[in-house]
Design a protein around this ligand. Sequence first.
Ligand SMILES: C[S@@+](CC[C@H](N)C(=O)[O-])C[C@H]1O[C@@H](n2cnc3c(N)ncnc32)[C@H](O)[C@@H]1O
Length: 240
Amino acid sequence: MSSKPDEKGINQWLHVDQFPEHLKKYWFQRFKIWEQYDKGMWMTEDAWFGVTPEPIANKIAAHIAESAPKDKAIIVDAFAGVGGNAIALARSGRWERVFAIEKDPKTMKCAKHNAEIYGVSSKIFWLTGDCFEAINRFAGSKNVVIFASPPWGGTEYGASDVFDLSKMEPYNLDKLYKSFSKYSSELVLYLPRNSDLNQIARYAKDGKKLEVAHYAIMGASKALCVYFGDFNFDVEEQES
Ligand SMILES: C[S@@+](CC[C@H](N)C(=O)[O-])C[C@H]1O[C@@H](n2cnc3c(N)ncnc32)[C@H](O)[C@@H]1O
């Protein structure tokens, strides 16, 4: 078993009786979220709402690896959280460098620890801070892909049939797209499953289509990714 957290707010829950009552449903999902949960993953309470479940993170990492332009060597996870996507991106083995940005130091500590459990901590460059500032270090780089799984403003997004991305808190679609597309034309946004596709379509360039993929567990969509830029999914389509 891995080391125990030494800071309040960082938790390693290994027994159901330690687990916070208001989060109980996540206890039953823990192995869907982390296949190696019982090796001692660290989590904050907030992280349960936002972490990308491992099978989905792996699928997204595989899709990005297959479809991104071959000359792109660096991937940046702008909202790394406790590491769900950053770990999967590093494990894909596709990237020369994986950068993980997270503004909350406790959440970042969890991500580093979790990446150690998965054996990829040393493959990830960790940047603690605001992604809208940290991303500046990639100004002028031509070989970067940006992946972003922003907060969705709590669980309220599920209340409507179609989620208005202009109202997403604290960063709406326009803020995310404008902030990140300055640094890379290849941008993947992980958004609520009921996101308004008409709003997304407005960002398609030069009459080109945008790729949108739903990611499901047990047949139910959990989220979608929008692939902005020159991702090529033709190979996979021919195979399937
Ligand atoms: C939905 S969670 C990401 C979950 C992550 N994909 C995972 O699997 O663990 C969003 C994260 O973004 C962080 N965050 C919010 N605003 C940020 C900012 N401006 N810069 C960097 N991180 C930020 C939050 O602290 C939170 O951990």
